[in-house]
Design a protein around this ligand. Structure first.
Ligand SMILES: NC(=O)c1ccc[n+]([C@@H]2O[C@H](COP(=O)([O-])OP(=O)(O)OC[C@H]3O[C@@H](n4cnc5c(N)ncnc54)[C@H](OP(=O)(O)O)[C@@H]3O)[C@@H](O)[C@H]2O)c1
Length: 326
């Protein structure tokens, strides 16, 4: 029986599809008709189904005959105007109901770990909404709440290294705000030896690689211990920005210094940006949120048999060995 991946054209969904193909398991990838999906077909035997979660007939067609669903679709970095929050508020309830009615065995949802002031961050509230819909739907589920992705949070401070070799990087999605942000800051680390962060150089985050997040989602789809649970999971170590700068410095062969901005700056930018673009305002709210430690143990990974988890130094060394393509 087939695993349906919803959000398959995205960064995590693409890796979930790749791992399913590698394991020789049948995979159906739901992608919007105008999304890039050639890389999914190139992985091998992938049934690519065109569809939009906001179209009920697409949802029913995709769900029919699926044994498990791994859903990573989200609107944090929307490709289209007016999309922020819609897939979570309208698409997921329809998908979850269709999955329950079709007898899907387990529904796995990629969520996020809790931030301080979660209740005031709209993107976080979208996640909690989907979690509540799932928990009350009657379907068997697992919610995976990972800590900070290496591919995003090691790049946002000013580096392009974490994006090397990525087939569908979230930070390269067609959204005006992240495009402008990356243009202004994307090479500060390699070019000027700067890591621009929120809070202080001592803030610690449990960075986790998307390779490991995808493996966790797949384990959560089948492992008995994941049934009807919310699984908070971090990477193998919680590093401070100062420690990350030291690793960058060694790999780049230059001094790398941390430049920390007050979370008040991001909070102010959020206020200015939200009326213009709620999604851009949300990104600033997340930046303000990561001014606090996000230390989450990796225990769930061990419990589900996933590991060894990639460390930041290994991740950046692997990236540095690849050609600079972006
Ligand atoms: N970054 C972090 O550190 C971090 C940490 C913890 C959790 N998370 C969470 O992990 C998720 C990130 O996943 P990701 O990186 O794979 O996201 P992504 O690269 O931004 O991909 C988003 C996916 O959702 C799809 N999608 C959006 N609207 C859709 C719709 N109406 N119908 C069907 N598909 C739709 C997109 O399709 P198109 O390609 O057609 O737009 C795309 O495939 C987010 O929910 C984020 O909050 C992130």
């Amino acid at each position: 029986m087939v695993t349906l991946v919803v959000g398959a054209s995205g960064q995590v969904g693409s890796e979930v599809v790749r791992q399913l193909v590698e394991q020789g398991r049948p995979v159906r990838a739901l992608v919007r008709p105008d999304a890039a999906a050639a890389h999914l077909r190139a992985y091998g035997d992938v049934e690519v189904v065109a569809g939009d979660l906001l179209q009920p007939s697409d949802v029913h067609r995709a769900v029919a005959g699926s044994e498990h669903i791994v859903a990573t679709a989200n609107s944090v970095i929307p490709r289209k105007r007016g999309e922020f929050g819609r897939v979570e508020r309208e698409g997921y309830p329809a998908l979850i109901a269709a999955a329950r009615d079709a007898g899907v065995e387990r529904f796995v949802f990629l969520s996020t770990t809790a931030f301080p002031h979660d209740d005031r961050i709209p993107g976080q509230q979208h996640k909690r909404f989907v979690e509540r819909v799932l928990a009350t739907s009657g379907i068997e589920y697992a919610v995976v709440r990972p800590a900070a992705f290496m591919e995003s949070w090691l790049a946002l401070p000013g580096s392009s290294l974490p994006l090397r070799g990525e087939v569908a990087p979230t930070l390269s999605r067609d959204f005006w705000f992240t495009r402008a942000f990356r243009k202004a800051t994307g090479h500060l680390t390699e070019g000027r030896g700067m890591l621009t962060v929120s809070g202080s150089p001592d803030v610690r985050l449990s960075f986790i690689a998307i390779r490991d997040v995808a493996a966790l989602l797949l384990a959560a789809a089948v492992h008995p211990a994941a049934r009807n649970r919310i699984l908070e999971v971090g990477g193998p170590e919680a590093l401070s920005w100062q420690e990350v700068a030291t690793i960058y410095g060694r790999i780049l062969g230059r001094d790398v210094k941390v430049s920390a901005s007050s979370p008040k700056l991001f909070a102010a930018l959020r206020t200015v940006l939200t009326p213009l673009s709620p999604a851009a305002g949300n990104i600033m709210a997340l930046q303000a949120g990561v001014a606090n430690d996000m230390v989450i143990p990796p225990d769930v990974a061990a419990e589900l048999g996933v590991g060894p988890l990639l460390r930041v130094a290994e991740f950046l060394e692997q990236k540095a060995a690849l050609p600079a393509d972006r």
